[in-house]
Design a protein around this ligand. Sequence first.
Ligand code: C2E
Ligand code: CA
Ligand code: CA
Ligand code: CA
Length: 279
Amino acid sequence: AKGRGGNQYQIYRPGMAKDLSRKVLIEQSLHKALGNNEFFLVYQPIIHAPTGIIVGFEALIRWHHPLLGMISPSEFIPLAEEAGLIHSIGIWILKTACLQSKSWQKEGLASTYVSINASARQFDNDDFVKTIEQILDETGLPPHCLRIEITESTAMTNVMEMISKLTELSRLGVNISIDDFGTGYSSLSYLKKFPINTLKVDQSFVRDISKDKNQEAIIQAIVALADSLGIHVVAEGVEAVEQYLFLQKMGCQDMQGYFFSKPVPPEQVEDLLRNGCSF
Ligand code: C2E
Ligand code: CA
Ligand code: CA
Ligand code: CA
């Protein structure tokens, strides 16, 4: 295509039209995906490393698209946010995960918690906290068995409002986790103004353990500071035994990653819990 100014031309890549039509197709399909039962949740165990006991699960959404196959949440969640569909999808996620956890508890399988990702947009809805309270009531899941994961950037949008909403949630007994910690702009001392129970050290820091001494120092500092503030640390993306050993040495007790288990469907969670789940 010819550009506006004299001899300037817009760069055209053959893939561009394809990318655009994929995006349009995904956006259109998103409107029907919930009604068509195309979403499902998988659960990734969070392990207390010193004992090998599963303490919780992170619920992660999956979408099987009828034409495109599996689509990553990293691709469709931002589109669902743009389209304003994250509210209804988010409610479905909360209900499904709480119901599932409650049913594991009823079967006497475990008293684990379930950790659910919430996007900033969900907090725009003034009824969000009330909705969570209702879902806990309906499903009978004890509030302390629910964690809400928010990223630093979510925490930092509308700070006063977020503090007040998170405080309400925390009064209900729900735990709050800061996700992808270290990738945003917040500082731990600032985050202390928020009612936070846990922070999840981003997998980018864990990935470079034993390759990069600076990364090790950063993890060490995060764990020490979190400790002094009474905040619990979970390390994400633990894939290798060296990472596991280093984190344990740093006093980081809770870990999540392929080293222990990939996110798995509910049937496999039941197997993990029944078999005593020690790693
Ligand atoms: P996240 O919340 O940081 O989730 C962790 C991601 O890392 C997940 O990818 C998980 O499958 C992956 N992961 C876990 N262990 C390892 C590991 O050892 N190595 C590596 N390389 N990756 C690991 P997933 O499920 O594709 O989700 C991607 C992102 O999409 C999530 O990042 C989260 O931001 C978003 N997301 C996923 N499910 C939901 C949801 O239910 N609601 C919302 N709002 N966002 C979601
Ligand atoms: Ca997360
Ligand atoms: Ca994360
Ligand atoms: Ca992430």
